[in-house]
Ligand binder design. Structure first.
Ligand code: ATP
Length: 230
């Protein structure tokens, strides 16, 4: 199967945490190479939970998940999907360089990260010693350089300065030539800047948003995009 035909298809996701009302009732998603899908929704609507279900670390009561046409139960086992959780996942006592060596098997990518202008000065630092923004930047680059085709990014821009935010946006757009990327972020403008599709999670289901102005009907205050259409 060529890269461009690969697809992550998620449908009919039903889920509730034991203590609460039904959270997801029919979550839906279709992610292909070239897609950058912005997943928006109010706090607590279940965006992180949906990503965890898709990745396979939270088990849904029901979920139809297919990767490249094959039904899967735990997507992470296929190595076709990577997931950036909201909280840091790197061991704090490891050196930045060791993490690059451990996670990146492609030599060209590894050399590229050694020479990266943000990472080069901190290669010999421990993860515990770098700033929150540098850590987020490192984690995202490590994931974008994985061979997996589908990348799920939960709050990638948290803690990033405007400069690092812009660099990450460029890396995401560049990676989308070879990958399909799903992004959720509280600052929807960061997501709108680079997404080529938008999904809104509300009332347990995913609503496709055709153009950002339609978000004013469901998600952002009226007039948010007045005078801002390109
Ligand atoms: N492990 C858990 N056990 C019980 N309830 C949980 C658990 N994780 C999340 N929840 C609840 O499920 C709901 C959805 O949480 P989730 O983090 O998926 O939402 P979200 O849309 O990503 O929110 P936010 O935008 O605030 O990050 C929230 O009400 C949250 O409190």
């Amino acid at each position: 199967m060529s890269g461009n035909e690969k697809e992550l298809h998620v449908d009919s996701v039903e889920f509730s945490y034991s203590s609460m009302r039904t959270l997801l009732t029919g979550g839906y998603l279709r992610l292909k190479v070239g897609d950058i899908i912005g997943l928006l929704g109010r706090n607590g609507t279940g965006k992180s939970t949906l990503m965890k279900i898709v990745f396979g670390i939270v088990r849904a009561h029901y979920a139809y998940i297919r990767i490249n046409g094959k039904k899967v139960n735990r997507a992470f086992e296929t190595k076709e999907v990577c997931y950036l959780p909201q909280d840091s996942f790197l061991p704090t006592s490891s050196l930045v360089k060791h993490m690059i060596d451990f996670m990146i098997s492609d030599e060209t990518f590894r050399e590229g990260l050694y020479e990266n202008e943000v990472l080069k000065p901190i290669l010999k630092n421990k993860i515990a010693e770098i700033s929150g923004g540098e850590l987020r930047y490192l984690e995202i680059l490590l994931l974008l350089h994985q061979p997996a085709t589908f990348i799920l990014l939960d709050e990638p821009f948290t803690g990033l300065s405007p400069v690092l935010k812009e660099k990450i946006q460029e890396h995401i757009v560049d990676s989308s030539r070879r990958k399909g990327i799903l992004i959720s972020d509280h600052d929807y403008m960061n997501v709108l800047d680079i997404s080529n599709q938008l999904m809104l999670l509300e009332n347990g289901g995913c609503r496709r948003i055709e153009k950002k102005e339609d978000l004013e009907m469901f998600y952002v205050p009226d007039g948010t995009f007045d005078g801002k259409s390109e």
